[in-house]
Design a protein around this ligand. Structure first.
Ligand code: KDG
Length: 354
């Protein structure tokens, strides 16, 4: 595996990130300046147009990563590949955009792995609670042999998987009351991604979970169809969930990756040099996205507090209560996910903790 993500990324942009300015939860997040594009121009035949769709809004770290991808691809192809970005599920949610790639009506998308477990069951390993104590451990797995093998496995069913990004550590929010222990979840209607393991997590904790597309979530919270949801701080802020949720608990209960997908029909039309250009750009986009997401995480949590959200920060002992209550989930899902994959990742995480 190459040098770790952060060092690989920092060497590219040096001080640029230092340009960060303060921001408030209500105002759109001010993103760091995009890094310079390094590397040679790529010569190849043909002109191509990429429509790139995502579900999160344009004020999140995911979209900032896409802007960097657009800059790299258009500069290195000398304008022969044009990229058009569609945030906010304009062209469909994660599952709809993925099937649009399969039918060739869309070129690229970057869903979370969780809604695609029905297509790629091994992705469910990332939905196991508290799997990665530190984000760098997720990087090591995703950028290592396991992650690369998963990209190859996901390069099927009309799709080509070319990289990873960061959705991040998920935090619980709700409109009813502070949650400090599983008992506080009793009777709370919690929206989860369309993923059976996430439903299992919240049922096991004592909540009343319901699966729903991200595209419908804000309205469901606003209308009280559900009491709560769970997403990373940056998504809570960029989707303005704090405007319809008064309470949050810093659970860090699951680390969700994004996966960068290309339509195989489009991919097969690209000259090899342009295929490699997209692979390289996807890797640089993923590293930058991780960096932006991690750089802004604490600041955004503070701004959510300043916007009036009551955030419960659990003690290690309180986190352990959630962890212990969820341990049976590992046994319940071992066969479906594959015991070997779970053991390999847990061994890599333990090794990284030594
Ligand atoms: O398209 C947006 C989703 O990929 C992402 O935000 C998923 O975390 C997610 C959720 O809660 O649906």
């Amino acid at each position: 595996m190459t040098t770790t993500t952060t060092t690989r990324f920092v060497s590219v942009v040096g001080g640029a990130v230092l340009g960060l300015t303060a921001f408030s939860a209500s105002a759109a997040t001010e993103m760091p300046p995009l890094p310079e594009v390094k590397g040679e121009k790529v010569e190849a035949d043909g002109n191509f147009k990429i429509k790139f769709s995502i579900g999160t809004t344009e004020s999140g770290a995911q979209y900032r990563g896409l802007e960097y991808f657009e800059k790299i691809v258009e500069q290195r192809s000398d304008g022969n590949i044009q990229v058009e970005l569609f945030p906010g599920a304009q062209l469909g949610d994660d599952r709809q955009a993925t099937s649009a790639l399969q039918s060739g009506t869309l070129e690229m998308t970057m869903p979370s792995t969780s809604p695609l477990v029905n297509m790629f069951p091994e992705f469910a390993v990332f939905d196991l609670p508290f799997l990665f104590p530190q984000p760098e451990m997720a990087d090591a797995v995703l950028d290592g042999e396991i992650g690369q093998q998963m990209l190859e496995d996901a390069s099927s069913q009309g799709l080509v998987a070319i990289g990873w990004g960061e959705n991040g550590y998920r935090q619980l929010t709700n409109s009813q009351h502070p949650v400090e222990e599983p008992a506080d979840l009793d009777g709370l209607k919690i929206r989860t991604m369309e993923n059976d393991l996430h439903l299992d997590i919240w049922r096991t904790l004592g909540a009343n979970p319901t699966p729903m597309s991200f595209a419908e979530l804000f309205t469901a919270l606003e209308q009280g169809v559900v009491d709560g949801q769970e997403n990373p701080w940056i998504t809570i802020e960029s989707s303005k969930f704090n405007e319809v949720q008064d309470y949050a608990t810093e659970t860090n209960h699951v680390y969700t990756p994004f996966i960068t997908l290309v339509s195989a029909r489009f991919w097969d039309r690209l000259p090899e040099d342009y295929q490699q250009l997209l692979r390289d750009a996807a890797t640089e986009m993923g590293d930058y996205q991780r960096h932006v997401s991690r750089t802004l995480n604490d600041q955004i949590k503070q701004d959510l507090k300043d916007s009036g959200m009551q955030i419960t920060e659990l003690t290690p002992e309180q986190v352990k209560v959630f962890q212990d209550k969820l341990e049976p989930v590992y046994e319940d899902w071992r066969d479906q996910i594959g015991g070997e994959l779970i053991d390999d990742i847990r061994a890599q995480v333990e090794q990284a903790q030594e």
